[in-house]
Design a protein. Sequence first.
Length: 77
Amino acid sequence: MEEMCFNIGEAAGYIYRLLENGESNMANLKNHLKNNGFDSQVSFMAIGWLAREDKICMAKNGNSWSLKLKRDSNVLK
């Protein structure tokens, strides 16, 4: 269980760093994560973690979702 939480946290950090470069869609993020050893379940859990921590904004565009960082004083780098 502890290792899974660590992996989710690592993936969340990876997503956060990717989104520092700008908005991305869910498919693109999942592909980046897959190429760095994270499976799709961990990817979704990491996105959920960031959403729960109120670090990202999500919007549905047609059949895809776009994600970006919230840019306020509560976002830690």
